[in-house]
Design a protein around this ligand. Structure first.
Ligand code: GTP
Ligand code: MG
Length: 204
């Protein structure tokens, strides 16, 4: 897919103020600092479209970007950020889950996993919530440039094998590095396929 247009539209705390739910939409979520905003910039082919930071907790709102005037990318705040209070966390959960269940045009979400880390409880918790809420998701392994080349496959296979202890069926997965551009083509191809399905389902 060639990206001709990438536009920031709006930041929100409430799902009902998001852009009209007419275009197919894809949300990126994961632990704070996992690389969501960086991946959005990689996909859009624009270095500074979404704001990134080395400090966790940078993205705090629901951010909509429109791509090729045809679909939306959504950058969400991260979960599992240790430095926030319980009240803030509950506010975060309400904002995110309200958004996830109230966007009829949300085709699927991409759950980002830091490929350097062992399986994190908070990621499993979040994926379980998605399943309960019937929000489809794919997995995206990030920061694979930080692993040795010959470790990437083994690391990801180990993760997926561990997931099999909890899940009957494994989600689709992508292997990425925003630093090196890895996984961009595969992710954009998947989104293109999803866009087609969305258009077909709306035509029926
Ligand atoms: P929050 O908005 O705080 O939840 O974080 P985020 O998930 O949006 O992460 P962000 O994209 O801001 O990246 C966090 C840090 O990781 C930044 O310092 C990025 O430069 C770095 N980073 C992101 N992706 C990669 C990657 O593929 N490789 C490497 N080496 N660093 C990355
Ligand atoms: Mg971010």
């Amino acid at each position: 897919m060639i990206i001709n247009e990438a536009t920031f539209l709006i930041s929100n705390t409430e799902y009902d103020k998001c852009p009209p739910p007419v275009l197919p939409e894809y949300a990126f979520i994961g632990r704070s600092n996992v690389g969501k905003s960086s991946l959005i910039n990689l996909l859009a082919g624009r270095a500074n479209l979404a704001k990134t930071s080395a400090t966790p907790g940078k993205t705090q709102l629901i951010n909509h970007f429109r791509i090729n005037k045809a679909w939306y990318l959504v950058d969400l705040p991260g979960y599992g950020y240790a430095k926030i209070s319980r009240m803030e966390r509950e506010k975060w959960e309400k904002m995110i889950f309200d958004y996830l269940v109230n966007r009829p045009n949300l085709v699927c979400t991409f759950v980002l996993i830091d490929s350097r880390l062992e399986m994190q409880k908070v990621d499993l918790w979040f994926m379980e919530r998605l399943a309960e809420l019937e929000v489809p998701f794919n997995l995206v392994f990030t920061k694979t440039d930080k692993l040795k080349k010959n470790q990437i496959d083994a690391t990801i296979n180990r993760y997926l094998l561990q997931m099999k202890e909890y899940w009957e069926e494994l989600p689709r997965h992508f292997v990425t590095s925003s630093e090196k551009g890895a996984g961009r083509v595969e992710l954009l191809r998947a989104i293109e396929e999803y866009n087609q399905l969305f258009i077909q389902s709306r035509a029926n």
